[in-house]
Design a protein around this ligand. Structure first.
Ligand SMILES: Nc1ncnc2c1ncn2[C@@H]1O[C@H](COP(=O)(O)OP(=O)(O)O)[C@@H](O)[C@H]1O
Ligand SMILES: Cc1ncc(C[n+]2csc(CCOP(=O)(O)OP(=O)(O)O)c2C)c(N)n1
Ligand SMILES: [Mg+2]
Ligand SMILES: [Mg+2]
Ligand SMILES: [Mg+2]
Length: 306
């Protein structure tokens, strides 16, 4: 079974009114914003990634969904297996770092053991509050689609973590993503729809469009690439498609009125217009004024192991 099939089946179960139809980054219940994400060794991180970086990524990936709703962070809950003393200690160090970096406190969690040789699976539940909580459903035809930061760095970082040569900055984008909490607080009150980019710019844009009952057109030439990415890989069409489908970016993707221009963001975070929403359905791509066929894979979707 693949992830969309499973989610479609889940939607036939009794859903809480705050669950937003299981079509959003988070649920909103009683003024709280609730989200959970899991990291699986071999799927979301490498066995060779430092334990401290896994802790960072676990919390950061969850904070990113709160950022996408413009939430202030109330705290996090963690579900963690103990495996080896060194790893557990490294994990604790990384946890201390990420909690300090984003001024987050721990609410609780659970600790279990891991069978010898089993892959690690770690979960986090992040709780936010005081959120405008734009959903993925609110975009209107004619809205502009914007994205923060740069896209594709983490995908490059994964290749570097797997053994390719490349700069530390790209590796850090993969291992230590920066959830856009401060930018999310600034942007959320002004937008009609917002999500974070975890599975890839193209697939996450297609999801905002589908949730809003619209089509989306993306200009590959506008996809913001970092100087490090361009030096490492290039900025041709293939390089842009790779960046826009890699995922793990943890940037904010949002639809806003075409007449709106973004305010300056905290830390001078760049924000770039990458596309337009329109009546209809589906994703289309263009580059240098030409239509570009959709690649076979537009982003990450989980499925049963083969
Ligand atoms: N196993 C599950 N049980 C219940 N809800 C789920 C499950 N998996 C995903 N969801 C829900 O589906 C929606 C989309 O999830 P997901 O694509 O993982 O969001 P995100 O990419 O923002 O983390 C969310 O509302 C999430 O809570
Ligand atoms: C070892 C490894 N291989 C591949 C990837 C790429 N990858 C795995 S899952 C994923 C998407 C994000 O994970 P998901 O569980 O879908 O998070 P969510 O969208 O629910 O926040 C990506 C880009 C990775 N991070 N690590
Ligand atoms: Mg999300
Ligand atoms: Mg998720
Ligand atoms: Mg997520």
């Amino acid at each position: 079974m693949n992830e969309p099939e499973f989610l479609a089946a889940l939607r036939t179960l009794p859903l809480h009114p705050g669950a937003r139809g299981l079509r959003d980054d988070a649920a909103v219940i009683g003024g709280f914003v609730l989200t959970t994400d899991t990291l699986v060794e071999g799927v979301h991180f490498l066995a060779t990634d430092p334990a401290a970086d896994v802790a960072w990524k676990l919390v950061a990936a969850n904070l990113s969904d709160l950022a996408a709703k413009g939430a202030a962070v109330e705290g996090v809950m963690l579900n963690v297996p103990l495996s080896a003393d060194d790893w557990d200690r490294g994990f604790l160090n990384g946890l201390r770092g990420v909690l300090a970096a984003f001024a987050v406190s721990l609410i609780g969690g659970d600790t279990v053991s891991l069978p010898v040789g089993a892959a690690r699976v770690l979960s986090c539940t992040a709780i936010g509050r005081d959120a405008p909580a734009p959903s993925r459903t609110g975009a209107r035809a004619g809205d502009a689609l914007w994205v923060t930061g740069t896209i594709g760095d983490a995908g490059a970082g994964l290749a570097i973590a797997q053994g390719r040569a490349g700069p530390a900055a790209l590796l850090a984008a993969y291992r230590r993503p920066q959830p856009r909490l401060a930018a999310g607080r600034v942007i959320a009150p002004h937008v009609r729809a917002m999500a974070d980019v975890s599975d890839g710019l193209l697939i996450d844009a297609a999801r905002i469009a589908a949730a809003s009952g619209l089509a989306v057109a993306i200009d590959l030439g506008a996809v913001p690439l970092s100087a490090a990415y361009v030096r490492w890989r290039g900025e041709d069409r293939d390089d842009r498609l790779a960046a826009a489908t890699a995922g793990d970016d943890y940037e904010l993707l949002f639809a806003a009125d075409p007449d709106w221009t973004p305010p300056p963001l905290p830390d001078a975070l760049p924000v770039t217009r990458v596309g337009t929403l329109a009546a209809g359905a589906g994703l289309t791509l263009h580059h240098d004024g030409e239509p570009v066929p959709l690649p076979a894979r537009i982003g990450w979707e989980h499925g049963a192991a083969v």
